[in-house]
Design a protein around this ligand. Structure first.
Ligand code: INI
Length: 177
């Protein structure tokens, strides 16, 4: 098909040049979250991010991630934010509240600030499942999240540069105007 007949396509680049990243990581189940953090940092580094382009914010548990991620977004100093946590099912319904409110809070924070937030919160029935997803065997959700953070930061910048009616809804400090 000739190029002129194809729809326009826009995507983010896997190149961290000129971008800044926030990582909000919870200490609860830190045996898992530290592994996720390490792999997210590996992915950012593979995409060309220097340590000076990255800020890590620690919170007690997954439930505290949304407010910290939102505050960080409002500083205007992050082009995307990786949210890292690990919620393990216990014997009560506590797990459901924490998992769903953490997901909801992160989604709200990214929609309301316009800063992409990458959901790297494991919600698992068992520690074994979390171990599988934290790269102790093969898969690592942290690495995947690092790459998603670079792609979304780049895509969001490209979309913002296009202008349009709501392109300037957020000022340089990330606050809605
Ligand atoms: N926090 C987690 O990150 N993972 C869990 O599995 C978890 N469980 O099971 O209780 C957990 N609880 C703490 C919670 O996130 C808050 O830090 C706490 O409730 C204080 O607000």
């Amino acid at each position: 098909m000739p190029d002129a007949d194809k729809p326009k396509e826009l995507r983010g680049a896997l190149n961290a040049g000129g971008l800044r990243f926030g990582i909000v990581v919870s200490r609860f189940n830190n045996f898992i979250t530290d592994r996720l953090l390490g792999s997210a940092l590996d992915a950012l580094s593979a995409a060309g991010a220097a340590p000076s382009q990255i800020e890590i914010v620690r919170v007690p548990g997954a439930f505290e991630i949304p407010v910290a991620a939102r505050k960080l977004a409002e500083t205007g100093q992050a082009d995307s934010i990786i949210c890292i946590g690990c919620v393990l099912r216990g014997e009560t319904s506590h797990y459901e509240y924490i998992a769903s409110e953490t997901a909801r809070g992160i989604q709200l924070a990214q929609i309301e600030t316009g800063i992409p937030m990458i959901f790297c919160v494991l919600t698992c029935d068992t520690l074994e499942q979390a171990i599988d997803r934290a790269g102790l065997k093969s898969e690592n959700k942290g690495y995947e999240s690092g790459l998603a953070a670079v792609e979304m930061a780049s895509l969001t910048r490209r979309l913002s540069q296009r202008g349009g009616a709501s392109a300037n809804r957020f000022n340089s400090s990330g606050k809605a105007e």
